[in-house]
Design a protein around this ligand. Structure first.
Ligand SMILES: [Zn+2]
Length: 140
């Protein structure tokens, strides 16, 4: 029922615009026939213009919804592609961990190096920090 909302809204916008213009013309012509020529023309013009503006806004909403649907579909495709191959998923995690590393320095032990509590990475071969000369913290 709510599939393709965007195109439905767009169709609804065009239909309501046409209905609005027709309705204002009918109202305007009736007003002219009734004797109020200026009021009739104004009803025609303003009514048609108002329905066009209103449908334009509605059309824009529909267009945006349609575009969003398209973007979401593409994103979903990307997601499924990534879950299908676990390699891609594994690529994402180190990227995230890399940016997070400065905060997690003290507890993290990368292969071949250890982090001093002062925040400096040291080689596993040396047991004292190259920056603050503290001894390497004992780890399990
Ligand atoms: Zn240190």
């Amino acid at each position: 029922m709510y599939n393709n909302v965007g195109s439905k809204v767009k169709t609804f916008a065009s239909i309501s615009c046409i209905i609005g213009i027709i309705a204002s013309i009918i109202t305007g012509v009736t007003t002219i026939i009734a004797g109020n020529v200026l009021g009739g023309f104004l009803t025609c013009a303003i009514g048609a213009f108002a329905s066009w503006i209103a449908s334009l806004a509605l059309y824009a909403i529909g267009h945006t919804a349609e575009n969003t649907d398209m973007i979401l579909k593409r994103l979903k495709n990307i997601d499924t592609n990534q879950t299908n191959s676990s390699i891609n998923e594994n690529i994402e995690i180190p990227k995230y961990a890399q940016t997070q590393r400065p905060q997690a320095k003290t507890s993290e032990t990368t292969s071949g190096s250890w982090w001093c509590s002062c925040g400096v990475a040291n080689r596993n071969s040396s047991n004292t920090c190259s920056s603050c000369y503290k001894s390497r913290p004992t780890q399990k």
